[in-house]
Design a protein around this ligand. Structure first.
Ligand code: 9MR
Length: 464
């Protein structure tokens, strides 16, 4: 049973963590431990300053105790990994991968084909389609190959859609030199190198509606086409850089719009991930306590999408502390969940409390995934990380765990697989009597997948 902190206990824990005395609290409930209980990923970038050791020690302490998915702010981008033609540079990326492995975190790779942060030598081939195709393919083969099996998911294509109109971003070197097919090719090449990696299209302003004129509406049409054509795409990353205007109409874009996109993607068996969340205020304005509280509420509303939509699994914030946020460059401020002194803000509390109090739907049933369109099954690849939300539908299968025994009612003969929270298989067996001893599985929280013929059910269990 999940332990609930009282408000005063919560405030104390939050305060302790903020000043770096995290042990008492970190061992108890953190965003990370609660995310794992809820079967989702909660993360923050590793800021560029971390790679050169330029951040205070409690930054890393907070980062590893609060988050279970990580992405490099700049260090896996094209200009960082292939600064000159054919010469690859992996030192910083390797450093992050090692950190993630040591701390049991999932790694996102960002980003393979993007118009920005492309080195000058690539731009020189702007008018040479054949050469550019070779450049992109070679880059993907080397970079994805280098981190194969270590980077769980890639932003294969980033920001390929224009800001203002429903069309491709025409100034991109890849679009200009190759045409929109660069996208299809990038997905196919990435999948060929690492068939187990989840592959995302990532972009911003996707929380502004799904009408054909909106960016997300245009994207949806492309996703439908990619899926129809067998392009190996598994997820859409919504960057979700949102501005709180502190005017009457507080926010541009809305959680409801993003949720609508998640639901449309579910019909296509595509996941939605929130990949770069920040909720900034305009630079220069005075940000009041109530502004920060409203900001916290909005952070929570975006989290609700990840908790509630079965095809959403990731809530990743573009930074830890306001002090090292990129937002100044966008004329925004204070968009993250820790303040300049690495103290948790109301937004942190709001997320923590929501993770503590979220009650998943009780209905855990076997779904025939060939007939239901509400469950997300990835048919294009073997999963290295399993879908971590339970599916819901007709029928009635119930499970419970006592000690090391898993009891399953409602199926005659089922294949049972158990995965740790990083998606690594730890047990598999067959259950024919309604009970199965999970031999050799140590104490902890796991995902269990129960399959009966073509139907499958995924749910979270705790071994105590
Ligand atoms: O946070 C990144 C900042 O340090 C870089 O200067 C900037 C350069 O383009 O990129 C920032 O990260 C961006 C991300 O890679 C893609 N989505 C928008 C992010 C914020 O600009």
């Amino acid at each position: 049973m999940k332990k609930r902190l009282t408000i005063s206990g919560l405030a104390l824990g939050v305060t302790l963590l903020g000043v770096g005395f995290s042990n008492t609290f970190a061992a108890d409930e953190t965003l990370r431990s609660l995310a794992e209980k809820n079967g989702i990923y909660v993360g923050a970038i590793l800021n560029s300053q971390w790679f050169s050791g330029g951040l205070p020690g409690n930054y890393e302490q907070i980062h590893k105790s609060q988050f279970n998915v990580v992405v490099a702010e700049n260090e896996m981008k094209f200009d960082a990994t292939e600064p000159s033609e054919g010469r690859f540079s992996y030192g910083n990326g390797d450093k992050m991968v090692k950190y993630a492995q040591q701390n049991g975190m999932r790694v996102r790779g960002h980003a393979l084909a993007w118009h920005s942060q492309v080195p000058g030598w690539v731009n020189n081939y702007r008018n040479d389609k054949q050469k550019l195709l070779k450049v992109l393919k070679n880059h993907i083969q080397n970079v994805v190959g280098h981190w194969k099996g270590k980077v769980a998911e890639w932003d294969v294509v980033n920001e390929a859609i224009s800001n203002n109109e429903p069309m491709w971003r025409s100034q991109s070197v890849w679009y200009q030199g190759i045409g929109p097919d660069f996208i299809d090719s990038a997905f196919v090449w990435t999948h060929a190198v690492d068939p187990d990696a989840e592959l995302c299209y990532n972009d911003y302003n996707l929380e502004q509606g799904i009408s054909p004129k909106a960016k997300a509406g245009f994207l949806l049409e492309q996703v439908k086409r990619w899926v129809k054509n067998g392009i190996p795409i598994h997820c859409v990353g919504s960057q979700t850089h949102v501005e709180d205007t502190t005017t009457d109409k507080h926010f541009i874009g809305s959680p409801d719009s993003l949720r609508a996109l998640a639901k449309e993607l579910a019909k296509l068996n595509i996941k939605l991930k929130i990949t770069e969340l920040d909720i900034g205020f305009k630079s220069g304005i005075n940000v009041s306590k109530s502004d920060l509280e409203r900001q916290g509420k909005t952070f929570r509303e975006y989290l609700d999408i990840v908790l509630e939509e079965p095809n959403a699994d990731t809530y990743l914030i573009w930074g830890v502390s306001d002090k090292w946020s990129w937002l100044g460059g966008l004329n925004r401020q204070k968009g993250l969940i820790y303040d300049d002194n690495l103290k948790p803000k109301p937004a942190f509390d709001s997320i923590l409390v929501r993770l503590q109090t979220f009650e998943p739907p009780k209905d855990t049933t076997v779904t025939d995934t060939t007939k239901q369109d509400t469950s997300v099954t990835d048919t294009t690849k073997q999963d290295s990380t399993i879908a971590i939300h339970q599916t819901a539908g007709p029928g009635s299968v119930t499970t419970h765990v006592a000690g090391h025994t898993l009891f399953i009612a409602g199926v005659k003969s089922a294949k049972v697989e158990v995965f740790d929270m990083q998606g690594r298989p730890v047990f598999s067996g067959k259950c024919e009597t309604g009970a199965l001893e999970l031999k050799g599985v140590s104490e902890g929280v796991y995902m269990v997948r129960i399959r009966e013929q073509s139907a499958s059910l995924v749910r979270k269990i705790a071994i105590k």
